[in-house]
Ligand binder design. Structure first.
Ligand SMILES: [Zn+2]
Ligand SMILES: [Zn+2]
Length: 410
């Protein structure tokens, strides 16, 4: 195969494969059959590791056999004559990085992208991008739920065919021309996208945001912080139900939340404290942190890291809790509420084994005395917030995670 197209900027592997197949008059399925013949000649074991369809082709779809799939890609890249075929460069693989509690992610061109953001059923398109026929291709960014507008044409991406209402999916259709009913992408009507949606799309693609605004999302120094902040919003702030899946509506609410940052966070947390005070049927020293704030500490770690200097969400949470604990009003009551071992580990950026050790050595004040024979149960709420916070201040601050990262603002 001597002819090959050059990959377009940010092009997805599947889009590239369709263009490559088109060049030889193949369907994508026929192209993959050609690949199988090439692999068969080299090593039959490898041929078995390559799926028969485009939908399953990408590296991250291979679960146990991803190393073997990688070998296939390498071999194909080498065997294609005239320089390597850019398969590996375009592929999306699994990543070891976990966000928050345990959100998996995928790795693409140096980015760890939460799997929660990856579309499964449909992949929308910008019709305007297909108007000039020779440039029709799909950038990988359109595979992300959080990219819902074309930053170049300022219009919404189209998810559904305007004629047959089918969800668009160029991979299933094996075509970059249009919907399987024959309606061409370039002829589909477009609708202007809200400015904030365009800004988000631009920021994700590492282009400057258009509008000057104070929104936190558009000023983060690392794209992974933006991924982390949006993921955090959907798992902690958004109401359960449809608000927790990514749609135009929920994403606009998410962007609006960060417009008012950090005021929006402080109001949210203050509301939770006030509700807890209002409904209190026991002392705060018998109330759990969980019952007031839910899973706040666990969901705010690793978005994308634990270090306060790299985690804008956790930094504001620390700042707010610090302020409340030391306030001269009723908010200071939360200093007495109880953390469990996992939350202590999250606060100190350590693990529950070390929490057990600290407790054992008497370096972590507990609200109740533990029998020395009893096994440590990290689920048990036992540690007052204020004294745990003081342990953090006294022993667990670090160069990247310290009180200075948030106090220096005032
Ligand atoms: Zn466009
Ligand atoms: Zn259609």
């Amino acid at each position: 195969m001597l002819l090959r197209p050059n990959p377009k900027p940010s092009e997805s592997l599947e889009s590239y494969m369709i263009r490559l197949a088109d060049l030889y008059g193949y369907t994508p399925k026929q192209l993959i059959e050609r690949f199988h013949i090439i692999l068969d000649e080299a090593d039959q074991k490898l041929s078995g590791a390559l799926p028969g369809n485009l939908r399953q082709l990408n590296l991250y779809h291979a679960s146990t056999s991803s190393a073997l799939r990688m070998e296939c890609f390498e071999l194909l890249a080498e065997k294609m004559c005239k320089g390597r075929l850019p398969i590996l460069e375009l592929a999306v693989s699994r990543s070891r990085t976990r966000y928050a509690t345990n959100h998996h992610s995928l790795f693409w061109r140096g980015l760890d992208i939460p799997r929660f953001f990856i579309r499964r059923d449909s992949i929308p398109v910008c019709p305007r991008c297909f108007e000039a026929t020779d440039t029709g291709y799909v950038p990988f960014y359109w595979h992300l739920h959080i990219v819902r507008a074309c930053s170049k044409h300022k219009c919404k991406l189209i998810e559904q065919c305007p004629n047959c209402s089918k969800k668009l999916n160029y991979i299933d259709d094996g075509s970059l021309q249009g919907c399987s009913c024959g309606t061409e992408y370039r002829l589909m009507p477009v609708e202007a996208a809200p400015e904030s949606m365009c800004n988000l799309a631009a920021t994700i693609q590492e282009q400057p945001a258009v509008e000057s605004s104070d929104n936190l999302l558009f000023f983060l120094k690392d794209i992974h912080q933006l991924f982390g902040a949006i993921l955090w919003y959907y798992s902690y702030v958004a109401e359960r139900g449809s608000q927790r899946s990514i749609s135009d509506e929920s994403l606009m609410a998410c962007i609006a939340f960060f417009d008012q940052w950090p005021l929006s966070l402080r109001m949210l947390l203050q509301n939770k404290i006030e509700t807890a005070i209002m409904l209190a049927d026991r002392l705060f020293s018998e109330t759990t942190f969980q019952s007031i704030f839910g899973n706040l500490l666990m969901l705010s770690r690793r978005v994308p890291t634990q270090a306060l200097s790299d985690n804008p969400v956790l930094k504001e949470i620390f700042a707010y809790l610090d302020e409340c604990i030391h306030a001269d009003n009723e908010l200071s009551e939360i200093g007495f509420c109880l953390l469990n071992g996992y939350e202590v580990a999250a606060l100190l950026d350590t693990d529950s084994e070390q929490v057990a050790r600290l407790l054992d050595e008497g370096k972590l004040p507990a609200a109740k005395r533990m029998k020395s024979s009893a096994a440590f149960d990290p689920k048990r709420p036992l540690f007052p917030l204020k004294s745990t916070f003081n342990v953090w201040l006294a022993r667990f601050q670090s160069r990247l995670s310290n009180r200075h990262t948030y106090l220096s603002r005032w």
